[in-house]
Write a protein that binds this ligand. Sequence first.
Ligand SMILES: O=C(CO)COP(=O)(O)O
Length: 215
Amino acid sequence: MFVLVNLKAYPCDPIEVATAAADVADDSGVRVAVAPQAAHIDAVSETGVETWAQHVSPNPHGSYTGSTLAEAAADAGAEGTLLNHSENRLKLADIDGSLEAAERADLETIVCANNPAQIGAAAALGPDAVAVEPPELIGTGTPVSKADPDIVTGAVDAAARVDGDVDVLCGAGISTGEDLVSASDLGATGVLLASGVAKADDPRAALEDLVEPLN
Ligand SMILES: O=C(CO)COP(=O)(O)O
């Protein structure tokens, strides 16, 4: 299972989370990555943890003030990027453009979507993976795998119908090892989570608990 921790714009210490995630990945053998704010990619990747961008722009080098260039994210140490998170929705043409930009910069890609129909559309654009995250469950602590398991199995089916090579992650309310096992049982190959780690009093303990059933 792939565990991707999205730090969003939470007021956590990205280096504390990244260091804990790197140690937990080393100790458990589970693939754990962290997606910090763009300005923290460099410092987070210095910890040795697999580092992802939260978004990259479709733009190439040029006069594009305020853009997050895929090449700049990669130069800073990012190995992949999320796209179209429900808190940063993109137009279809921009998802496509950002996927091209990510490919140019050799970044792995996950396109987020709300439901199985959108997952099918996202998979058709050719990302490495898609992630289904029902917005109404994000940040609630109620895991999608328990509250709406059909949305996960529906997403797995929708992606497989379009492209059997596209991995499917799920997210929203995931915080425990039990949630991770349920997600895997539903056919997801990874989870995307945020508040369960970024808002935890002890992010290291939260990460250890998460991967515990996989050891
Ligand atoms: O949006 C998410 C990850 O990208 C999920 O957020 P929570 O884990 O806080 O529900």
